[in-house]
Design a protein around this ligand. Structure first.
Ligand SMILES: Nc1ncnc2c1ncn2[C@@H]1O[C@H](COP(=O)(O)OP(=O)(O)OP(=O)(O)O)[C@@H](O)[C@H]1O
Ligand SMILES: [Mg+2]
Length: 522
């Protein structure tokens, strides 16, 4: 592509971008939130048309292609997509979602052969290592599993694949699953000779998977780098450019600040939680590490009343509580930021301001003089936009016009405003660029310093090791280890959850303890 520009009302998202992806090449596309990555992807998919006056040119597989593309043309040319929002239909099954993308096998009179379709879906699910029946409704899947379904659709639709385009497929995946995605990408490249355009915020992925790297900054190509000839610092410098004001990048260690326990769980068990006893303390940032089915997200849902424990007790400030649902949890001062908040917690057609105040209507409307409350509301929302560095920085933009990462910031801010006593965040910075992550981390440190008990559930070991005072390691529903002090590096966390015992065997000891405890119980 040459000379690609895209202007939205009042906003130039792409500015004379050149991009070349070769056969069998994995080409990394990086850049800060809002730098234009998804816009570029959407032009390739035929969702957006580029600015016509810039006269962009596009050559695909040796032939000149007229722009704008339509979605049909894009597919016919051999482009396959895993979009940032995955594009799955939540109310349909895995198998039906695969059929929608890859085409259903048909028999006599073009009847869909459901059995063949199921077999096909089973194959797709197997190839991405997803342990689910293909008849599972997508709504029931975790974010990670949804990504794998989206990838399996492409795997099954391999025929004619010339260019695979993936927009942040690994934003929510822990270390081991990132490897799985890479394996799937390599399989597609090996099997088809296709090129890949791979969007990510994880710099380490560029070096693990990509040979070329294009960095976008404010809609322009800031750099084109060969992975073998560059390094992390160079890439980060190109991404942030002028934005070296990485707010709150102060180092993590804040030892000795933890106060008394706010929320205590005693032997909590639920569907995928097993005998979890944890203390969350005032002024402390605790972390939870673990793979996607390790039970850490389920534990978060228990704390927010979304899942009812089957046994065990929850103590809030020393008193036993039963949380019948999120409303009670919120009233008690507990907040949960869910992992797929873009889907669950927002309304795209409403403005940033309206989305923020949806969660806190009780606060804004409380004033005796309505107009005062509205002024307060505007001030609160403006503060969030400033604190989290939401770009563009207005409060009246429709939420759906913000880039993925900036939407995440708004939704984080929405809960933020409630100033919870216990703040549980599931993958708080997924899809955020380096600067945005730092802003969120410093906001969380501020919340802890103000006395909140913070629990960060994350599949990003680097984030946990930098941010947390203490990290609980989940595996198979149980807390198998607790890391603190000098045992809190990324390597310590990985070693603990893969449990190969290299850290002096403590993780094994912990799981053995648990085993004997369970034996005693039964
Ligand atoms: N439909 C739209 N209408 C108006 N502006 C838009 C629209 N879609 C995107 N934008 C703007 O275009 C710019 C680029 O957004 P884009 O989604 O391409 O960013 P991105 O690089 O994918 O960011 P992220 O890493 O957060 O996903 C942003 O400033 C965004 O607000
Ligand atoms: Mg994007």
């Amino acid at each position: 592509m040459e000379g690609l520009s895209k202007t939205f009302p009042g906003q130039r998202a792409l500015d004379r971008v050149n991009l070349a992806v070769r056969r069998k090449e994995v080409h990394g596309l990086v850049g800060a939130n809002g730098s234009g990555k998804s816009t570029l992807v959407k032009i390739l998919s035929g969702y957006h048309g580029p600015d016509a006056d810039a006269a962009p040119t596009c050559v695909f597989a040796g032939a000149k292609v007229a722009l704008p593309l339509t979605p049909g043309e894009s597919h016919r040319l051999g482009m396959r997509f895993v979009h940032q929002d995955l594009g799955l239909v939540p109310s349909l099954s895995i198998s039906e979602n695969i059929g929608l993308a890859a085409g259903f096998p048909t028999g006599v009179a073009r009847r869909i052969r459901w059995r063949a379709q199921l077999a096909l879906a089973r194959e797709g699910v197997r190839r991405v290592g997803l342990e689910r029946s293909p008849q599972t409704i997508v709504e029931r899947l975790s974010p990670v599993e949804r990504v794998l379904v989206a990838i399996s659709r492409v795997l099954l639709d391999q025929e004619g694949t010339q260019l695979l385009i993936m927009d942040e497929p690994t934003a929510n995946l822990p270390h081991s699953e990132v490897e799985r995605v890479h394996a799937a990408v390599r399989e597609i490249v090996g099997g088809t000779g296709a090129g890949v355009l791979y969007v990510t915020h994880r710099i380490e992925e560029l070096f693990a998977l990509c040979s070329q790297i294009t960095v976008l900054r404010d809609g322009k190509v800031a750099a084109l780098l060969a992975a073998a000839e560059t390094d992390t610092d160079t890439v980060v410098a190109e991404i942030v450019g002028q934005r070296v004001d990485q707010k709150g990048a102060e180092p993590g260690a804040r030892e000795g600040r933890a106060g008394g326990a706010v929320l205590v769980t005693k032997a909590i068990s639920a569907r995928v939680c097993n005998d979890v006893s944890v203390e969350l303390r005032r002024g402390e940032i605790a972390g939870a590490a673990g793979e996607s089915a390790s039970g850490k997200s389920e534990f978060g849902r228990v704390l927010f009343g979304l899942t009812q424990p089957t046994s065990g007790t929850l103590l809030l400030e020393g008193k036993p509580v039963k949380l019948a649902g999120p409303a009670e949890a919120m009233a008690a001062g507990i907040a949960l930021i869910p992992p797929d908040r873009l889907r669950q917690g927002s309304i795209g057609e409403l403005s940033v301001r309206e989305n923020v105040t949806l969660a806190s209507l009780d606060r804004s409307v409380g004033g005796a003089l309505a107009w005062l409350s509205i002024r307060q509301e505007k001030r609160d929302v403006a503060a969030i936009v400033r604190d989290f560095d939401v770009r563009p920085s207005g409060t009246e933009h429709r939420l759906e016009m913000l880039s993925g990462g900036n939407r995440q910031k708004v939704l984080l801010g929405k809960w933020w405003q409630r100033k919870p006593k216990v703040f549980v965040l599931d993958e708080p910075t997924s899809g955020m660029d380096v600067g945005a992550k730092a802003a969120v981390h410093s906001a969380l440190r501020r919340a802890a310093a103000d006395g909140a008990a913070v629990l960060v559930l994350s599949s990003d070991e680097v984030e946990l090791s930098e941010l947390c005072d203490r990290v609980l390691v989940f595996r198979a529903g149980a807390v198998i280890d607790e890391l603190a002090g000098s045992r809190l590096s990324r390597q310590d966390i990985l070693t603990a959850y893969y449990g190969n015992g290299d850290t002096g065997g403590k993780s094994f000891q912990a799981s053995e303890d648990l085993g004997t405890r369970k034996e005693q119980l039964s």
